[in-house]
Design a protein around this ligand. Structure first.
Ligand code: ARG
Ligand code: ASP
Length: 718
């Protein structure tokens, strides 16, 4: 009976092909695929207002920020908003003991005070076109994946060359729907981007990793930059002569607030999703590779934490590493749990059963046999994928080994018959710098413990065919006493102290190279790498190629089978629109989470002894006097964050969350934990994106930081 119930439940979900909120849509196709639904849900602007190549539209105000985030232009002087965690690297780079912008925040009180950020770029989409036919020209079904890829590459370069020549823009070709469609994207990249403002970390990172991936949330996760251009308003390298960018459009900012069930959409750069994997692919991630990765990361995080607890210096040294490792760790746990709770694998299997039936008919026989082929390939992939993960997470998770690996280019160059002396000098110089930076954040007792723990987990959990030989040597040598082995390793390696490494780099000769290559830490790295090259790389590549071509056909088949369904392509770091409603959710039986949080909640969490929950007096004073000005919500409170059912993923951080009129109401920065499996399977009941309320951002700028001039630059609407 219970089983039947479950089946009926799942079937119920199946007949509703697309669920409210699900989907990351191509701006070019919005009018055709989504406009009607968006209007039905409450949108008052048109698809053309969002994306147009004939007139200015919201797309002219959205940029890819650096390599992995989104930002939006909010003034006619090129002012942009993104997350604090997206600007973190730049804020840190400009920080020193005298100017600790991470701790105290930073606010340029005039344009002259804005700080240049060499290397930081923002990229804007100018227009996009479908080019599937031209990209697939002369591609045939009987080609191998390599032949196919080579021809696609060749066709694409021709298209790109022509496009750049004719338009003057940069251009790229990207694959959509698993290689079934291709689009040509014209872009423009701005190379002079300056830091304008950032709140202190106890606002911008409030809640830290404790609250990360969770709702309710109270993080003021924003930072402010400005795009500069040449006098002709075109991208230019940094110059003091550059002027603020005059955009074709900028996003108006709403003071009107956020109501439950309000229509909302997010416009930005989602990085990667895998919505159309077969059950075997989902199982590989959530049941096979996530669990050991979670354990390996947990092991490291526990050691970091123990050493940081009473040692503020170590806590700072390991803050960034901890954040990075913890972010992925927590996401994986949420993802696996979420798929489990959704019965995600069973759901996929139901679709697959239908697919098999459908493909059994003569008309669809091109798709027959796909699923058994997936099954066979994924079964072969399991040990290979695990082996690759252990190399990355266990082997390279030892800082000593990761650091030794950086000496490889120097070793390689020196081994060449015609080693280039100048190149050697450049590599050596770079290693000297890296050595300084690396040891600034290195604490050997942590790494020793990590090494012993990871090596043990590696040796005990990988079958002998899938682990490098040195693990067997260690096991034989130390008889299970990994600490003893690690003591020996650290005693013999030159890579454990800054002084010994700098000395090694003083005068690089063949003797130096010999010393590097015979170092036990370098040898361990070389073993890992050699093992990867010999046993993993090729089968991994081959299996993935095979899976890619199956996936392409499967995607095609799914679309042919469900002709009444609108399919959206997986995220691929191109500009997308996702839409939903401002709404809370019920994370567990008997519990309902509201759609917004307030400054009251910051004061509830406040704890001067817990790093993640420190609140400064200045903010407390504003709270105590309720000095919120025009930024207060209609309930008189200062709203801090809100949740909505927009389908977002990594890369959407820093995206604007917009209302029915296309005005900015929030700044996207995260998702709730119960919904993080949305990269594999979206759940309308649980998947929520999290945004900072724009009014909190304005309040912090104006009332907290005294940077009213920035607020005045924006176009505020009520
Ligand atoms: N979870 C968010 C994302 O994936 C925020 C990460 C930064 N915050 C942190 N506490 N580590 O990027
Ligand atoms: N925090 C993510 C980002 O930085 C957003 C997400 O995964 O929802 O892009």
């Amino acid at each position: 009976m219970k089983k039947l119930f479950l089946l009926m439940f799942i079937m119920g979900l199946l007949v509703r092909p697309l669920l409210a909120g699900e989907g990351m849509w191509i701006p070019l196709l919005l009018q055709q695929l989504n406009e009607k639904e968006m209007r039905d849900m409450g949108m008052r602007i048109s698809a053309e207002d969002i994306y147009s190549i004939n007139r200015s539209s919201l797309k002219d105000a959205i940029v890819l920020f650096g390599g992995g985030c989104t930002a939006e232009i909010v003034s006619d002087k090129g002012l942009i908003l993104t997350n604090h965690h997206c600007g973190f690297g730049e804020i840190q780079r400009h920080s020193s003991v005298e100017h600790d912008y991470l701790t105290n925040g930073f606010w340029a009180m005039s344009q002259a005070d804005e700080l240049s950020c060499p290397g930081l770029t923002t990229t804007m989409l100018m227009k996009m076109e479908e080019v599937t036919k031209a990209v697939l020209d002369k591609v045939t079904a009987d080609m191998t994946e390599q032949q196919r890829n080579a021809l696609i590459k060749e066709n694409s370069s021709r298209i790109i060359e022509k496009a750049t020549k004719e338009s003057g823009y940069d251009a790229v070709v990207r694959s959509f729907y698993q290689g079934n469609q291709y689009y040509l994207l014209y872009t423009q990249t701005f190379k002079d981007v300056r830091l304008v403002g950032a709140p202190p970390s106890n606002i911008g990172k409030f809640g830290g990793d404790t609250d990360n991936w969770m709702w309710p949330r109270h993080t003021g996760d924003f930072s402010v930059f400005r795009i500069y251009v040449g006098k002709d308003n075109k991208p230019a390298d940094f110059s003091t002569d550059n002027v603020p960018y005059k955009p074709a459009s900028h996003i108006p900012v709403s003071l009107g607030g956020v109501g439950e069930n309000d229509f909302t959409f997010v416009f930005g750069y989602p990085a990667r999703t895998k919505q159309y994997l077969p059950s075997y692919g989902v199982s590989l991630i959530t049941e096979v590779t996530n669990p050991p990765k979670i354990t390996l990361r947990e092991t490291r995080l526990e050691i970091f934490k123990r050493h940081s607890l009473n040692n503020p210096r170590v806590r700072i040294q390991y803050a960034a590493k901890d954040a990075r490792i913890a972010n992925g760790w927590k996401k994986m746990i949420g993802e696996s749990k979420g798929i489990d709770r959704l019965n995600g694998i069973a759901r996929k299997q139901l679709t697959e059963a239908r697919f098999i039936d459908w493909a059994a008919s003569d008309a669809n026989k091109a798709y027959a046999g796909l699923l058994p082929a997936f099954e066979a390939r994924y079964a072969q992939l399991i040990p290979i994928a695990l082996a690759a993960d252990y190399i990355n997470e266990a082997g390279m998770g030892i800082e000593l080994v990761g650091f030794a690996a950086r000496f490889r280019p120097l070793v390689d160059e020196s081994m060449k018959a015609n080693a280039d002396a100048q190149k050697m000098t450049i590599l050596t110089e770079s290693l000297r710098k890296q050595t300084e930076e690396y040891f600034k954040d290195y604490y050997e007792p942590i790494d020793r413990e990590v090494a012993a723990a990871l090596l043990k987990l590696y040796a005990e959990n990988q079958p002998s065919a899938f682990r490098p030989a040195f693990l067997d040597d260690i096991q034989a040598d130390c008889k299970g006493n990994y600490t003893a082995y690690v003591d020996k390793l650290f005693a013999q390696s030159v890579f454990t102290s800054k002084e010994s490494v700098q000395k090694l780099l003083e005068n690089v000769t063949m003797k130096t190279v010999k010393k590097i290559t015979s170092d036990p830490a370098y040898k361990m790295y070389a073993d890992l790498f050699g093992f990867y090259n010999q046993h993993i790389k090729q089968p991994y590549q081959q299996l993935n190629d095979g899976i890619d071509s199956l996936q392409r056909l499967y995607m095609q088949g799914l679309m042919a089978m469900q002709t009444d369904t609108r399919f959206y392509p997986d995220a691929n770091f191109t500009l997308r629109v996702t839409y939903g409603k401002v709404e809370g959710y019920a994370p567990a039986d008997g519990v309902y989470y509201k759609h917004f949080t307030t400054l009251d909640g910051i004061m509830e969490k406040e704890n001067p002894d817990v790093y993640d929950y420190v609140v400064e007096d200045k903010l407390k004073n504003l709270y105590n006097t309720r000095d919120y000005g025009r930024y207060a919500a209609s309930d008189g409170k200062m709203h801090v964050a809100f949740a909505a059912s927009n389908h977002t993923t990594g890369g959407n951080s820093g995206s604007p969350v917009l209302n029915a009129d296309g005005q900015m109401i929030g700044l996207n920065f995260d998702r709730c934990w119960e919904g993080t499996m949305s990269d594999l399977m979206y759940d309308p009941a649980m998947s929520r994106n999290i945004a900072v309320d724009i009014r909190y951002i304005l309040f912090i700028m104006d009332k907290y930081a005294g940077a009213r001039h920035l607020v005045d630059e924006m176009t505020l609407v009520n």
